[in-house]
Design a protein around this ligand. Structure first.
Ligand code: NAD
Length: 307
């Protein structure tokens, strides 16, 4: 068996080192405020973990628990408070479109999760900067961004190619099309040049920039390709099905595939190691590193604005 099982701590490590270095130079450490307005034990665990990671890297973290009926006002208060540099919310709060409204209540100047419309729209349209002079990069959602960093780390991104085209020639299947991870991830990877099969419980969509990357941003196409057909040709398979019963059949995968699982459940069987060249069983630690990186970036923009 020659499968390389990638430890995400190793992917996160250089980012953490860089973050620590940047933070150590700041007199007042950036403050991340996280709102917990549900009673989900998983959200509480994630909050504890974020608090610990922030403390380790030297950032300030404050968990603000409130009733969901108070959440909107509390976010507005934090938006207006100069001492707060970043804001995040543990979802779901109300569920559905009301959570979308809450995401847009967070000021884009403080949105560490990159979930407000301005950032999501820019991502889908392959707009990479906030300004024409290209001095401020758009904030990207943390888990999809973490996935990009993991794919860069394992060499799926081809450094010989120009920035923005480095996935040209790669075929990637993503089994999850949620609004927070799967769909933005499919768009990001297709914008970087990949041909993406985006799979959800209802079917498959195809995303790419056309032959020879002739399109400036990805387009979405209906497809008749089945999951088996997609898996057979995919260089990378990324899974995020939140069910312990869902398993990808390793025998359907291309020999030497790069397999990445971001679900809390294990979507690959142990025999994945007999088929994959690279296996990444989880991504969480890189996600938190990206959250911190987004915070520092927003802090930098805020500081510039005050000058
Ligand atoms: P979700 O429930 O919103 O979305 C699940 C997606 O999987 C949907 O697109 C659904 O259609 C698809 N799906 C479900 N069953 C399927 C099937 N049988 N075949 C094909 N597609 C199927 O969940 P989510 O918020 O995207 O989270 C998914 C998982 O990822 C959870 O376990 C969550 O905890 C984890 N997650 C991890 C991170 C991280 O950074 N590690 C971040 C966010 C979410």
């Amino acid at each position: 068996m020659s499968c390389e099982v990638v430890k995400v701590v190793d992917v996160a490590a250089p980012f953490i080192t860089e973050l620590k270095d940047q933070i150590s130079k700041l007199e007042v450490k950036p403050l991340l405020v996280a709102f917990l307005a549900n009673d989900d034990p998983a959200a509480k665990k994630y909050a504890e973990w974020t608090a610990k990671t922030c403390a380790d890297t030297g950032l300030r973290f404050e968990l603000r628990e409130c009733a969901r009926t108070e959440l909107e006002d509390k976010i507005v208060e934090a938006n207006e408070d100069d001492k707060v540099n970043g804001i995040m919310v543990y979802y779901p709060v109300f569920g559905g479109t009301q959570d979308g409204y809450i995401q847009n209540t967070v000021s884009y100047r403080k949105d560490v999760e990159g979930l407000c419309h301005k950032y999501i729209y820019s991502m889908y349209h392959n707009i990479r900067y906030l300004d024409d002079a290209q001095t401020e990069k758009c904030i990207l959602p943390c888990t999809p961004l973490a996935m990009v960093k993991i794919l860069e780390h394992v060499g799926v991104y081809n450094k010989v190619l120009a920035y923005g085209n480095r996935l040209h020639g790669r075929t990637i299947t993503i089994i999850n099309r949620s609004e927070v991870v799967g769909r933005p991830l499919a768009a990001l990877l297709a914008n970087d040049g990949a041909k993406v099969y985006s799979v959800d419980v209802d079917g498959i969509m195809e995303l790419h920039r056309g032959q020879g990357l002739k399109l400036k941003k990805h387009e979405v196409f209906e497809t008749k390709v089945t999951l088996d057909e997609a898996l057979k040709v995919s260089d990378v398979v990324i899974t995020g099905v939140p069910s312990p019963n869902y398993k990808v059949d390793s025998s359907k995968l291309k020999d030497g595939v790069v397999a990445v699982n971001f679900s809390t459940a294990k979507n690959f069987n142990d025999d994945i190691k007999e088929k994959a060249s690279i296996y990444v069983p989880s991504v969480g630690k890189v996600t938190v590193a990206m959250l911190e990186r987004n915070l520092l970036r927003l802090h930098e923009y805020q500081t510039k604005e005050k000058l």
